[in-house]
Design a protein around this ligand. Structure first.
Ligand SMILES: CC(C)(COP(=O)(O)OP(=O)(O)OC[C@H]1O[C@@H](n2cnc3c(N)ncnc32)[C@H](O)[C@@H]1OP(=O)(O)O)[C@@H](O)C(=O)NCCC(=O)NCCS
Length: 271
């Protein structure tokens, strides 16, 4: 077994690995992650039997994700080697990840600590009321202000991700009294349907209005939102048709920053 860089031409094998776990990622979703990340593959006889990605958010924070080892290869330290290979290159950055139940023991062994739960909510959108405050589509010149808002909530610089979203997703914003952006959300294709996220808002009402803005045009369609359990969007999301089908755990190692809980993750992989 060897650990090597994950190459673009191996992404179909990576997709097969994640689909074997019933994860929804399509080849396009892996390609999107790889445009922003460092990737590692565990190879046996040239075949991908494990993956791990690291995305750097500015100089202080890195996120680890897509950590998968083929079922028949587990329990031999491969997950640990994949993680260590990416962590060694992260220097003294704060490390974040969102862990499945299968991943928690491995991450605890590597020094990560749990910080809270996230509900994975999904389903077909039922009827939706329209927002009761002004939500508008982002303009091309809004990207820098959205990056600023995002990094204030996340305590991390996700410029490259927000720039990707500005090109490939729909972005909606809430403007304050002076016209400045104080909250935003994105809608993009992912897995079986659409994801609404990130959702960065100053109140539950603002988050609900950002969700309504997109959901109103998606009645009957499959939508997913991953939301921090402490922010109280459940059970409102259930009334919208999005049931909680799983919970995952936010974890950090060597914390240095003070991020706020989020109404909507961009995805479990991207925080
Ligand atoms: C999580 C996963 C990547 C672990 O891969 P792995 O190659 O089996 O992990 P390792 O063999 O390196 O295990 C490292 C340590 O983690 C712990 N560990 C890993 N899986 C464990 C489990 N299911 N239960 C208890 N401890 C576990 C063990 O302490 C192990 O240390 P040990 O060798 O001293 O016993 C693998 O189970 C997997 O692919 N799961 C499905 C996908 C998934 O959910 N990934 C996590 C995404 S956040």
């Amino acid at each position: 077994m060897e650990i090597a860089s994950l190459a673009q031409h191996q992404l179909d094998q990576a997709t097969a690995l994640s689909q074997a776990e019933n994860w929804p990622h399509r080849l396009q979703d892996w390609q999107m992650l790889m445009t922003l990340s460092q990737g590692r593959a565990a190879l046996r006889d040239g075949v991908v039997i494990g993956t791990a990605l690291r995305i750097d958010y500015g100089l202080d924070v890195s996120l680890l994700n897509m950590i998968i080892v083929r079922q028949s290869e587990r329990g031999q330290g491969i997950g640990c080697k994949l993680m260590s290979s990416l962590m060694d290159e992260a220097g003294d950055r704060e490390l974040r990840l969102v862990a499945t139940k299968a991943g928690v023991p491995l991450y605890e062994k590597l020094g990560f600590e749990s910080e809270g739960e996230i509900f994975q909510c999904q389903g077909e959108i039922a009827s939706v009321e329209l927002p009761d405050e002004e939500i508008s589509p982002a303009r091309p010149g809004d990207t820098d202000a959205i990056i600023e808002v995002d990094s204030r909530f996340l305590a991390a610089d996700r410029s490259a991700l927000v720039q990707w979203l500005a090109k490939h997703a729909r972005l909606a914003v809430v403007r304050g009294a002076e016209g400045g952006i104080c909250g935003y959300a994105a809608l993009r294709r992912f897995g079986k349907g659409h994801v609404i996220g990130p959702i960065q808002a100053n109140s539950k009402r603002q988050a609900q209005n950002l969700i309504r803005y997109f959901a109103a045009s998606l009645t009957g369609q499959f939508v997913r939102i991953d939301t921090d359990d402490g922010l109280g969007l459940m059970p409102w999301l259930e009334d919208l048709g999005l049931k909680s089908i799983d919970t995952v755990t936010r974890m950090r190692k060597t914390p240095k920053t003070d991020p706020r809980p989020v109404f909507g993750l961009c995805s479990q992989a991207l925080g």
